[in-house]
Design a protein around this ligand. Structure first.
Ligand SMILES: Cc1cc2nc3c(=O)[nH]c(=O)nc-3n(C[C@H](O)[C@H](O)[C@H](O)COP(=O)(O)O)c2cc1C
Length: 295
């Protein structure tokens, strides 16, 4: 399921006596939320916003298929029952602290739109399969679409002078719209395949266009003995020329790809975990750069 929206519940815990009560809220209310249709995963994040008097800030993150899923949840019996239970709960809290509910906030955040580009046109490409698996493993709040570079013609300055051909233009527009890129590259003769370099050459035109400048990009690759490592380093070099910003780590070199995929699925659990780690790093990297751009 795609999760184009995330639902964030911010809450505070106190390390002294309130912990048991708040655990009740965790396990009950939070479990009810995640059981809702249209809600996906759940992650608890410790925030760097503790209050002076010892309350520790957290947020719970849920992936949502649509805004309607959130509305359906609010209209369902669970939050209404929760509201009814809130009064005695507040009375109970008042014995100790009563600020918890004042601080409970709900908001939706914009999803991260990631565009996947494979450097292989092959139907049974491991690299394209890797992108499909990444889309499946994407964390809440990230959606990954895959763009084909099959219709991008060979770069020719005369062709460019007559106006961008449709295939190149379409790719440029999709890249411009994306918050970040995920490029999966095979290794051809110790470097990146010509089709990928050709697509990047179109994306780099005209030179003053800002569509690649500062664009966050995660690089992965599947292939032979070195898992496309040499190609990935060449790709990082090209990114540097274009002022793109590759996620520094983790690096993912899926070596002996034929042993790690079965019928297009990534069956190697260690590799799947690495992909999840890279996507989490991409999300963090992209949000960091977005914050810096708006600071
Ligand atoms: C022209 C060509 C050159 C290649 N050169 C290398 C190479 O230098 N190093 C390597 O590990 N594999 C090399 N390979 C093997 C490919 O990287 C491997 O077949 C890979 O799975 C292709 O990616 P795909 O499965 O996404 O299509 C080469 C393959 C081709 C067709």
């Amino acid at each position: 399921m795609d999760a184009p929206f995330v639902y964030v519940v911010r809450f505070w815990l106190h390390p002294d006596g309130a912990a048991a009560i708040l655990h009740w809220l965790d396990s009950k209310h939070m479990a009810e939320v995640v059981a809702q249709p249209g809600f996906r995963s759940l992650r608890r994040v410790r925030l760097d916003q503790d209050s002076e008097d010892g309350w520790q800030a957290y947020m719970m993150i849920y992936g949502l298929e649509s805004r309607e899923a959130l509305q359906r949840y609010f209209d369902s019996p669970a939050p209404q029952r929760y509201a009814q239970e809130r009064k005695p709960f507040e009375q109970h809290l008042r014995l100790g602290r009563d600020r918890f509910f004042h601080r409970l906030t709900v908001r939706t955040m914009q999803t991260l739109d990631v565009l996947g580009i494979s450097g292989s046109l092959r139907e049974k490409s491991y690299n394209t399969a890797l992108l499909r698996e990444a889309a499946r493993l994407a964390p809440a709040g990230m959606s990954i679409e895959i763009a084909s570079i099959r219709d991008v013609p060979l770069y020719d300055a005369d062709l460019e002078a007559c106006g961008f051909p449709a295939g190149a233009l379409q790719l440029c527009e999709r890249v411009a719209r994306a918050d970040a890129l995920l490029i999966a590259t095979p290794e051809y003769n110790f470097s990146i395949p010509g089709v990928l370099k050709n697509a990047i050459d179109w994306l780099s035109r005209p030179p003053h266009d800002a569509r690649l400048k500062g664009k966050p990009v995660a690089i992965v690759g599947a292939g032979g003995r070195l898992g496309s490592a040499r190609a990935q380093y060449h790709l990082r070099q090209v990114c540097g020329c274009l002022s793109m910003l590759p996620v520094p780590r983790p690096e993912i070199f899926i070596a002996s790809a034929w042993e790690k995929f079965d019928d297009g699925r990534l069956t190697d659990q260690a590799a799947a975990r690495q992909v999840e780690e890279l996507l989490a790093a991409l999300a963090e990297w992209t949000r960091l750069l977005q914050r810096a751009a708006h600071a």
